[in-house]
Write a protein that binds this ligand. Structure first.
Ligand SMILES: [Zn+2]
Length: 600
């Protein structure tokens, strides 16, 4: 990334002027050797070699989080058997806090460190190693010397047994796939490494070499995937006007049931279910996920909130703009797939209506703004509890809806001349390429206003920093659509709980929806539902059979081992289920906006 080059230049100047610690920092040589003598027990063994040091104390640190996944994960918890020698002599390496080891180097220039990493958590943002492969989520594998985040390093991989391939966006040294180089730690921590016998295939798109690396098997059709991923890459590149990579890697982990993805600068890690590719629904959801993570190579990896890079790897990095970084990516994942014609316009409208239904059925929409949702991702979105739906929203979900609202606003007010695409391209060019930094909240707002041709103070007050209900018909109306609630005539009562069935067939309340019958009359999370009006309750779907709105029912529960009877008045269900339909007799302007919005 260009911003980091400037930092290196700056440090070199300081080093020249004052040959002290900074000089040592810029001249140290760092290499790692990663081996897997006990891959079957989920271990990687790391040897780190640093030479050219000119300092008395060396602090080595492990990041506490991985960019893109906003939770402090304490990767140092997986490190064991840490040892160090300085100039060939064993030296103490005490920990001085949760993720820092201190070595008294006393002027010795060469230090070797050894440690082991236990990697047994299957997810796209954590490392996982077993006898079949090694997935290295690098921020949880490599320690780094404090104050040397700018330093380059070399990584040697010694594969386990018959592992024959390495897939990563890190560049090879001397055409050796097992030796890779990283220009600095921001890039190393943003470049996951897959080692094993993965199925690797590639395609060229937008002038970039794309590599797809499939671990875990699956019923995917390689040729179809290459063709469709190619279309998505081309569509997304067209939005920003350029594709800044030379080489990009899709690392895909196929499991019995897998999902999720994590974006990186020149690669992504996707989770998938290995048997899902053969169904249209499963295949489309895989393409949407790939489109989402790939879109991030611009939105958040390069066009980014100002605090998200260079990163602070010791602490939470707070931003109120994840509704742009994630929400707009969610919006564009569907728009990009729509533009490839892999979706029909109707299919797309169904997808976006699904986003409306998620938000409108969430009591948290009246509590948390989308800016707050973003800021508190670290303690709320990534740490949900039984009450989360009552108090929080998702910046992915509401962010996608805001993306749609602003897209339609801009298309409408510019009479089809501009769309949200133009804002994204402008912000990418202006901030990532020209100013070489992230954007502030106010700067992105100016970007919207530039193409909408109007001030958006009220929009921000209502929808970004406020709790005003979304006026769907206003925005959809620009394109000649409106929402219809398919449950408008429904008078059925709702109890208002989510439940789970335990192994011994007990029906346990797992959440209670604010404002519902259960909430008002005192049903609690962890209550075991036993009977309603003396009839045993066996499953949640049928427990209100025969009951009407307004009925007063007797609910027997067991709470903390004791029987308890509650009287509950059944209220009408407030659930909505919107679909999007044409308003009819659309004007020329509405048809123009529709055509631009849906690429039809
Ligand atoms: Zn994302």
């Amino acid at each position: 990334m260009k911003p980091f080059k400037h930092i290196i230049t700056f440090l070199l100047i300081i080093a020249y002027m004052s040959p002290s610690v900074s000089e040592a920092q810029t001249t140290a040589n760092i290499s790692y050797t990663v081996s897997f003598p006990e891959a079957q027990a989920h271990y990687a063994d790391i040897e780190m070699h640093i030479s050219g040091l000119k300092q008395n104390t060396l602090d080595l640190k492990m990041p506490v989080w991985t960019p893109g996944s906003y939770l402090v994960r304490e990767f140092a918890k997986n490190i064991e058997a840490f040892s160090a020698d300085a100039g060939g002599k064993a030296v103490p390496s005490p920990k001085i806090n949760k993720n820092t080891w201190r070595i008294a180097t006393k002027g010795v220039s060469t230090v070797n460190i050894k440690y082991r990493v236990y990697a047994n958590e299957i997810s796209v943002r954590t490392s996982y190693i077993d006898a079949s492969h090694g997935f290295l989520s690098t921020s949880g594998i490599f320690i780094y010397p404090a104050n040397m985040l700018h330093a380059p390093s070399t990584i040697h991989i010694k594969p386990y047994k018959d592992w024959a391939k390495v897939s990563t966006s890190l560049e090879m040294v001397n055409n050796d796939p097992f030796t890779r180089v990283s220009p600095n730690y921001d890039i190393l921590f943003d470049s996951p490494i897959e080692v094993g016998n993965q199925d690797v295939f590639g395609f060229d798109a937008a002038g970039v070499k794309y590599e797809v690396c499939m671990y875990g098997g699956g019923n995917y059709d390689k040729e179809r995937l290459k063709k469709d991923l190619h279309s998505i890459v081309e569509q997304e590149t067209a939005i920003f006007g350029e594709n800044p990579n030379k080489h990009y890697v899709f690392i895909v982990h196929n499991h019995l049931r897998g999902g999720g993805g994590l974006e990186h600068l020149s690669s992504t890690v996707l989770g998938a279910s290995r048997d899902n590719y053969a169904t249209e629904k499963g295949y489309q959801s895989f393409l949407s996920l790939a489109a989402h993570e790939h879109f991030h190579l611009w939105n958040v990896k390069r066009l980014r909130p100002i605090v998200l890079g260079p990163f602070d790897y010791d602490n939470e990095n707070y931003t109120t703009n994840l509704w742009i970084a994630e929400g707009f990516t969610e919006y564009y994942q569907e728009i990009a797939v729509r533009r490839t014609n892999l979706y029909s316009p109707e299919n797309y409208l169904g997808q976006i209506a699904g986003e409306f239904n998620i938000l409108e059925n969430l009591p948290g929409r009246n509590v948390q703004t989308v800016a707050e949702s973003s800021f508190d991702a670290w303690i709320k979105a990534y740490r949900p509890n039984e009450n989360s739906n009552n108090t929080t929203i998702s910046y992915y979900n509401k962010g996608a809806i805001i993306g749609m609202m602003l897209d339609l606003e801009i298309i409408n007010s510019s009479k089809g001349k501009y769309s949200l695409d133009d804002v994204m391209k402008y912000m990418y060019t202006e901030y990532y390429k020209t100013k070489k930094r992230g954007y502030t909240d106010a700067e992105f707002k100016l970007g919207f206003e530039k193409f909408a041709g109007k001030k958006l103070d009220d929009f921000y007050k209502n929808y970004i920093n406020g709790l005003t209900p979304v006026d769907y018909n206003k925005y959809l109306g620009y394109a000649g659509y409106k929402i219809v609630d398919e449950l408008a005539d429904n008078n059925d009562p709702a109890f208002g709980v989510a439940t789970a069935v335990t192994a011994n067939k007990k029906l346990i309340v797992t959440s209670v929806v604010r404002g519902t019958s259960a909430y008002i009359d005192g049903i609690n999370v962890n209550d075991e539902l036993v009977a309603i009006d003396d009839n045993p309750v066996t499953d949640a779907a049928t427990m209100l059979n025969g009951k009407k709105t307004g009925d007063k029912i007797k609910v027997d529960v067991i709470r903390d081992g004791l029987p308890l009877t509650l009287q509950v008045t059944l209220l009408k269900s407030t659930r909505v289920k919107y679909k999007i339909v044409p308003v009819g007799n659309e004007t020329a302007q509405q048809l123009l906006v529709r055509k631009k919005w849906l690429s039809i």
